[in-house]
Write a protein that binds this ligand. Structure first.
Ligand SMILES: C[S@@+](CC[C@H](N)C(=O)[O-])C[C@H]1O[C@@H](n2cnc3c(N)ncnc32)[C@H](O)[C@@H]1O
Length: 473
């Protein structure tokens, strides 16, 4: 009999990858999730959590390497929480993501044979992101190497980078990241050199003190336009500090086309400001997806993988099955990207979105692309759709509803209103397969069956995956 108490050590063969990035091993049918373990590895692991149906373990050593192992490209791989699957062959990542969506639709969605298509991979697997968000922190994560060499060469109380693995309280000093571009690494270096020595300190939620909060870099992959968004708290000397930093950035890196400053006065650790000022350039960048050009402001949502977004939107458009006669509602429309993508094949598109700046960008984007059959409604969807007869009298009854909600999925009230709108077809674009499976189940109980689910990988080396589903009445 195997002792499976907490602390027990055992050898395990990792069979597959669970949703997230944990390896799955089995002992006489009993499931053990092993952190950071790859399918095909044999590992020595220690149990740290034991439940009735499963246990969780941490790997102590890899006894036999997986045939799917690849050497990670990034020097920060061992410490960074960014790309946990960079050591797993990309085709195996895609197969695992397809399997995970299949299982979620079975277990959460209650489906017997979910119609999940093979994953469409990202056209690039490095430097694929057009947006990166780096955090300032007073708690720097010391790397295993630094500790082993006992060489702590930078202050422990300052970091600009990404969260360390499984440590949201600590920030890893990032010198080089393979997700956005070499230019974004240079931008980070200039900002670090300035802020590390500056009398204003990184912000901390403890005591709601300090100034520097986030650096968000946006880059038009097709236009080479680059935005640096400095997100800070408020301080009397803050405006001078960001202006000086902006001058350093433009002098060192003329490729930067715009710099904006956002002040976030709240305790919420989000890289969004309540007050924005433009320090350099027009205050936005432009990017192309397919034949369309989009203007993007600092606080507007925009898909982070430009080449991947083209694939994603093409699937959404195909699933919408438009002939030019349809009224389409695009719920959670952001800066109007999907609306504009489907507009040439629709009679009328109506986008709904909560962020005012995104609605503004959506209008501008229509003009930039000579699109005249889109309208946009600003507000919280659960309020905007509250009076369905009013909405349909104003905009017509939708033939197709496209939804692209945030990770939490749809609010139950919004789901109810979609049923009342009674479209022929629903196209559901999701960045979270768990809430997708939950909402698909609810929609199926109300008469809409999932006929196809197409995963599209927008985030290589991470656990994230997008999925587009089409539901027919
Ligand atoms: C995943 S993004 C999709 C945006 C767009 N479809 C795209 O592809 O760029 C979700 C959008 O929903 C918006 N949103 C979040 N909650 C909302 C709500 N309650 N009502 C309306 N829009 C909301 C967000 O601001 C964001 O722009």
């Amino acid at each position: 009999m195997i002792d499976l108490k907490k602390g027990a050590e055992l050898e395990l063969d990792v069979e597959s990858l669970a949703f997230g990035t944990k390896g799955v091993a089995r002992l006489n049918g009993y499931v053990i999730f092993v952190e950071e373990a790859l399918p095909g590895q044999r590992v020595r692991a220690q149990i740290f959590k034991k439940k009735k149906g499963y246990a969780e373990a941490r790997p102590l050593a890899v006894i036999q390497q997986s045939p799917h192992f690849v050497e990670p490209r990034c020097r920060h791989f061992a410490d960074c929480g960014g790309c946990l699957l960079q050591n797993l062959d990309y085709s195996v990542q895609l197969a695992a993501k397809q399997q995970q969506i299949h299982e979620l639709l079975e277990h959460i969605g209650g489906m017997d044979a979910p119609p999940v298509l093979p994953v469409i991979g990202s056209p690039q697997i490095f430097f694929y992101r057009n947006k990166m968000e780096f955090s300032f922190s007073r708690q720097r994560w010391l790397t295993r190497d630094e500790i082993a060499r006992n060489e702590i060469t930078h202050p422990k109380s300052f970091a600009l980078g990404l969260h360390a693995r499984n440590r949201y309280d600590k920030t890893l000093r990032i010198e080089e990241c393979h997700l956005q571009s070499p230019l974004s690494n240079q931008i980070l270096a200039v900002i670090r050199a300035f802020t590390e020595k500056h009398p204003l300190l990184p912000y901390t939620t403890f005591g709601h003190a300090g100034f520097w909060r986030f650096v968000v870099i946006r880059e038009g992959k097709k236009t080479n336009e680059v935005m640096v968004n400095l997100v800070t708290a408020e301080a009397p000397e803050g405006r001078d500090a960001v202006q000086q930093l902006a001058a350093n950035l433009t002098a060192a890196l003329p490729a930067i086309t715009t710099i904006v400053h956002n002040i976030n006065r709240s305790k919420a650790q989000i890289a969004v400001g309540e007050e924005e000022s433009v320090l350099h350039g027009p205050g936005y960048i432009r990017e192309h997806i397919g034949p369309f050009v989009f203007q993007i402001s600092a606080n507007s949502f925009f898909q982070t993988n430009t080449a991947g977004a083209e694939k994603l939107y093409a699937v959404a458009r195909e699933f919408a099955g438009l002939t030019g006669q349809e009224i389409v509602y695009d719920l959670y429309c952001g800066a109007g990207t999907i609306s504009i993508f489907v507009a040439p094949q629709a009679k009328q598109v109506v986008g709904f979105e909560i962020v005012p700046q995104a609605i503004h960008d959506a209008g501008v984007n229509c003009r930039l692309n000579n699109i005249t059959n889109c309208a946009f409604v600003r507000g919280d969807l659960k309020d905007e759709l509250a009076q369905v007869p009013l909405i349909t009298r104003r905009w017509g009854q939708p033939d197709v509803v496209i939804i692209d909600p945030p990770r939490a999925g749809m609010h139950p009230k919004v789901l109810q209103k979609i049923i009342e709108l009674a479209p022929r077809r629903i196209v559901y674009v999701s960045c979270n397969p768990s809430t997708f499976a939950r909402d698909v189940k609810e929609l199926s109980l109300r008469g809409y069956g999932l006929t196809k689910a197409q995963p599209v990988d927008m985030f290589p080396h991470t656990s994230h995956i997008e999925v587009v589903g089409v539901l027919e009445k």
